[in-house]
Design a protein around this ligand. Structure first.
Ligand code: SF4
Ligand code: SF4
Length: 102
């Protein structure tokens, strides 16, 4: 049977739109986390003082941290989405795991 296209596939939404879309994020969050993938804070040995301020840790989204805008990787500074994605594209964690979903 042919797979039905998702609305973001039909509209060809870019990453910035998907990251702020409730429909997209709810569907992605419902996917069972992959037990073979570590969380960003473990992979990068993120200190507790930093992770406790970070949305990825607070929301337990450490397997898809690049989708969140309020992460603290950049010396605790909150970046605009496009700036943040420039940082993520250089990140070892992103380059190892992001192609599972995008
Ligand atoms: S997104 Fe960055 S700052 Fe946040 S928990 Fe992961 S590694 Fe730490
Ligand atoms: S730089 Fe991006 S991909 Fe890497 S840990 Fe931080 S939020 Fe995640």
């Amino acid at each position: 049977m042919k797979k039905a296209l998702k609305c973001w596939e039909i509209k060809k939404c870019d990453c910035a739109v998907k990251a702020t879309c409730d429909v997209y994020n709810e569907e992605m969050n419902a996917l069972k986390p992959d037990p073979s993938v570590v969380n960003c804070w473990d992979y990068l040995e993120c200190p507790e003082s930093k992770r406790n301020l970070c949305e990825a840790y607070i929301e337990r989204q450490g397997q898809e941290c690049w989708k969140l805008t309020s992460t603290r990787c950049n010396d605790n500074e909150i970046l605009e989405f496009n700036e943040k994605m420039r940082l993520c594209r250089k990140c070892g964690f992103f380059n190892k795991h992001a192609n599972r979903h995008i």
